[in-house]
Design a protein around this ligand. Structure first.
Ligand SMILES: C[S@@+](CC[C@H](N)C(=O)[O-])C[C@H]1O[C@@H](n2cnc3c(N)ncnc32)[C@H](O)[C@@H]1O
Length: 271
């Protein structure tokens, strides 16, 4: 594949456009990332310069073009039972406390990529509470291609490497090199497209009791984090909880939540 040159000034224009649309901030040192990830799109479209591509997405783009851009620039790394300490606290401490107060509990995995996170929660709930019909689980992401995979719920060995053998046998059907999630778990999660920076799409999700927004804030700068966190705050019920990735922090982002720690896991509660 021949590489197409990206000038510093067009890189900055592209970077600013991406930032405006989804909050992902690409620093100067990551210029190669744009070059690598977008070159394929340019070639498919028979465009011989990034300037032409920029013009296309800015002025002649339909939703499809934007989705293709989002698919290309997002990093979708995820797997079942990621950061299990947080999930244990969620299922063993937070949920029993919340479910003693109310019957129907809404859990939202915001930026869920290909669905491993919300499906992990569903598996854990099934084992802890047996009847998981009192829980509504929503999974959302910006990228349509990962949401498509989430709806298929067919995984590879990398994705399930942390799944306990007993769960693997119980909730997945192995076929060739794939692990097909069984219907009893698959049907418990509703997937929808949500851009966390975009208030208008976020307004569709309200009255949430628990939000997991893990390993996505790292792609935003402080200003975008503030916007996203404020959007998530508005989606939560009073008393609801937010859990972010264990390497992420809300320091210098917001003071609206009351932080607490259980078993070294930080929880942010809406007052
Ligand atoms: C690294 S994955 C994290 C997946 C999962 N939460 C986990 O911790 O395993 C980050 C996800 O955030 C999504 N993302 C990035 N920017 C977003 C935005 N503005 N709105 C919604 N999702 C976004 C990406 O598409 C990607 O799937």
């Amino acid at each position: 594949m021949l590489s197409i040159p990206l000038t510093d000034s067009t890189f900055r224009d592209l970077r600013d456009y991406i930032y405006e649309k989804c909050g992902i901030y690409i620093s100067d040192t990551k210029k190669y990332l744009i070059e690598n990830r977008l070159s394929r799109i340019l070639q498919e479209k028979n465009l011989n310069s990034f300037e032409k591509y920029l013009e296309l997405i800015k002025f002649h783009s339909n939703g499809k073009e934007m989705n293709r851009l989002f698919d290309a620039i997002t990093t979708n790394e995820t797997y079942f039972f990621r950061e299990p300490e947080q999930l244990d606290v969620l299922v063993n401490e937070v949920l029993p406390a919340v479910s003693s107060q109310k019957r129907n509990i809404k859990i939202w995995s915001a930026a869920c990529s290909s669905g491993e996170e919300p499906f992990t929660i569903s598996i854990m709930l099934k084992n802890k509470f047996l009847n998981n019909s009192q829980f509504e689980i929503i999974g959302s992401d910006l990228s349509e291609s990962v949401l498509h995979s989430a709806k298929q719920a067919v995984y590879n060995s990398y994705s399930v490497r942390n799944v306990d053998a007993s769960y693997l046998g119980k909730y997945f059907a192995a076929q060739d090199k794939s692990y097909i999630l069984k219907d009893e778990i698959k049907r418990t999660v509703q997937f929808t497209k949500v851009n966390l920076i975009d208030e208008s799409t976020l307004r569709l999700i309200r009255n949430v009791d628990i939000i997991l927004c893990r390993n996505v804030l790292i792609y935003f700068d402080t200003k975008a984090k503030q916007k996203v966190i404020s959007n998530l705050y508005n989606a939560l019920n009073p008393g609801g909880y937010l859990i972010i990735g264990s390497s992420e922090s809300l320091h210098s982002v917001t003071r609206a939540f009351r932080p607490s720690t259980i078993n070294k896991v930080v929880l942010y509660q809406k007052l």
